[in-house]
Unconditional design. Structure first.
Length: 277
């Protein structure tokens, strides 16, 4: 019995060291890949494709393909695993907001890998990150600091059939803390008269939240569960003839917070039960 316990501890330690090394390799791969896309591929697109809309579409598809490659490497080396429930609904969405909670650094990577046509609302601070700034510009993502043009730009993108991915928390949630939503996604939905798709992201381990470092590797391999829920019909929350947009946005924001919070509680319970079975 004592020998088995020591062997199990040794195996777990070796597994953890392997995942630590592979996590470091994956971070290097992500950074180098972002630079290569920005410095080589996207500049090449500027030369060979002069039409802005087509160039943006090619850039987004390239980003999705590179993310799928990255996730395949991360999964293959045992760094993480993930599953997406109701994936077809997410892929087939057009002209709506996709709102998701934001527990880890790679939530966007997982979602964008299966949404090659998606638009995204990003923080302006990311434009100063050399590894992702070129990606943001090439994909022509919307910037949250451009308040004067954001609503018009969002409405134009949604009207042409884009899906707009938003993390309404505004930043990654710290592990163990309650979700708190900013009102931006609800405001856009109300003022652009757009339905919303709710997406829940649950990670089985404490990983890459706002205060984590890349080398804070959990004792067990993290497993992401992405649960694509039903669309929220904006007509149920806003009637321009009867309500003020600000009031409707507050009500919708409360509804989204409830959907995300209660959904994550149930999803966490299901995953915990699965782990024990």
């Amino acid at each position: 019995m004592a020998m088995d316990t020591r062997m199990n501890r040794l195996t777990a330690r070796i597994n953890w060291l392997w995942r630590l090394m592979m996590t470091g390799c994956c971070f290097v791969l992500f950074g180098v890949g972002g630079l290569l896309l920005s410095l080589v591929w996207f500049n090449l697109l500027l030369i060979v494709q002069r039409d802005r809309a087509k160039r943006r579409r090619l850039a987004r598809r390239s980003i999705a393909a590179s993310f799928r490659f990255f996730l395949a490497i991360a999964r293959g080396t045992g760094v993480l695993d993930y599953r997406i429930n109701n994936l077809d609904a997410l892929r087939n969405d057009r002209g709506c907001l996709v709102v998701a909670n934001h527990p880890t650094l790679i939530d966007y990577v997982i979602l964008a890998s299966v949404m090659p046509e998606t638009d995204c609302l990003v923080k302006s601070a990311l434009l100063h990150n050399p590894f992702v700034s070129g990606v943001i510009r090439a994909a022509d993502y919307l910037i949250n600091s451009e308040a004067g043009t954001l609503l018009n730009a969002s409405q134009q993108r949604l009207a042409q059939g884009d899906t707009l991915l938003i993390f309404p928390e505004g930043t990654r949630t710290q592990f163990g803390e309650a979700i708190s939503l900013q009102r931006g996604a609800a405001n856009i939905a109300v003022r652009c008269n757009s339905d919303l798709r709710v997406v829940l992201i649950h990670c089985s381990e404490h990983l890459l939240d706002k205060k984590s470092r890349w080398y804070d590797v959990p004792p067990e391999k993290p497993v992401f569960t992405v649960d694509v829920r039903d669309r929220v019909n904006i007509d149920e929350f806003y009637d321009a003839n009867e309500q003020e947009p600000a009031l409707a946005a507050r009500q919708l924001n409360r509804h989204l917070q409830h959907r995300l919070t209660s959904g994550l509680q149930s999803l966490s319970g299901i995953n915990d039960a699965s782990a024990l079975s």
